[in-house]
Ligand binder design. Structure first.
Ligand code: AMP
Ligand code: MG
Length: 338
């Protein structure tokens, strides 16, 4: 067990955190997507600590976080035209660009690939921390591998106390799902993982977009383009049953059929539009079906709270795969996959 320092977001605390990271330690920090578990991306030994803390498979590469676009040339061989356009419009923000990596980035970060995912987060605390580190910071989500990503400092502490050197306790994450991972090595951007930046936004910037077939569903192949896609992910301990449907009526009927036959301690994660139908049951409202960003913000939070409250089964209302709804349903489908 490590001694884990709990820090705030004052400049003094961020300096303490940056010094821990510069000395080869691991630091959890808040971003607008989810909490990240950071270490120096140039230092093999530091990066190994991330994989150990998370129990993450070594063939699942990490995203490298930087504070300023002007530093990107230090870490990638070529910033392609589409990368420049996407960076200009979507950074800082919930977008990761996969580009050919330079040698200074540890091969452990890229899991042996010749590319690296780079992101400039929107969160001012995150960027201030990265600026103070003045290093490329490898940082996956700060959860035990397979579990839902933490979107509050409390959830990060639940998983990682005693496993990392410090945790910067900041605000709850605004976006709530991880960044959009885009292969930007070619002429057309390829979305490898949906997230806060939507396919339409990418298309509007680049004129074209390809959505990798690994994004939809849970196709588990040996060699997906984004290695993380082959693992079960985002799952609470409770069993998740994902309900889809075209109309409110259809969704409500399907949920009712499931809840009435359930013998276990069960909760419904529903929407503002359906919650009135389930007054006799335990529910948690994720937001409005018309505002998929509310579902994104609350999904992982709700999964973790359901586990804390000891539910055995979660009946989850699905939403349309439009906008950030695509990212929500990608995570929901994986969480429900047995
Ligand atoms: P996490 O850090 O937990 O948000 O997961 C990072 C995601 O980005 C995983 O799904 C990785 O497979 C993906 N990723 C990171 N680097 C690369 C890369 N170089 N090429 C393709 N996918 C990547
Ligand atoms: Mg993750």
């Amino acid at each position: 067990m490590k001694e884990t320092k709990l820090l705030g977001t004052t400049i003094d605390d961020l300096i303490v955190a940056a010094n821990i990271l510069k000395n080869g330690g691991t630091v959890i920090f808040p971003t607008e997507t989810v909490y990240g578990l950071g270490a120096n991306a140039k230092d093999d030994e530091a990066v190994k600590k991330i994989f150990i803390a998370k129990g993450r498979p070594s063939d699942n590469p990490l995203i490298v976080h930087i504070d300023d676009f002007r530093k990107i040339d230090n870490y990638v061989e070529e910033v392609t035209d589409i990368a420049k356009k996407l960076a200009a419009r979507c950074w800082p923000g919930p977008m990761t660009l996969v580009l050919k990596k330079k040698k200074c980035i540890s091969d452990i970060v890229s899991a042996g690939l010749d590319t690296v995912g780079i992101r400039i987060p929107q969160s001012t605390e995150a960027r201030e921390f990265l600026r103070l580190c003045d290093l490329p910071v490898a940082a996956p989500s700060a959860n035990i591998s397979g579990k839902p990503s933490p979107t509050t400092s409390k959830h990060a502490i639940d998983d990682m106390m005693g496993r990392v050197d410090a945790i910067i306790c900041g605000k709850p994450c605004e976006v709530g799902v991880e960044s959009t991972v885009i292969d930007a090595t070619g002429d057309v951007p390829i979305i490898l993982r949906p997230g806060g930046i939507t396919p339409n936004m990418v298309k509007a910037v680049c004129g074209d977009v390809i959505i990798d077939k690994g994004v939809d569903g849970v196709e588990v192949t040996d060699k997906p383009k984004s290695p993380g896609m082959k693992y079960k992910h985002y799952a609470p301990s409770a069993e998740v049953i994902l309900i889809d449907g075209n109309t409110i009526q259809e969704i409500v009927e399907k949920i009712e059929a499931k809840i009435k036959t359930s013998k276990e301690k069960t909760i419904i994660l529903c929407s503002e539009e359906t919650s009135d139908y389930f007054k006799d049951f335990d529910t948690m409202c994720l937001g409005s079906r018309n505002k998929p960003e509310t579902f994104a913000k609350n999904l992982f939070y709700a999964f973790r709270e359901c586990d804390i409250k000891g539910y055995d089964k979660i009946i989850l209302e699905g939403i349309e795969k439009e906008g950030i709804g695509l990212a929500v349903m990608n995570r929901a489908t994986r969480a429900a996959h047995k």
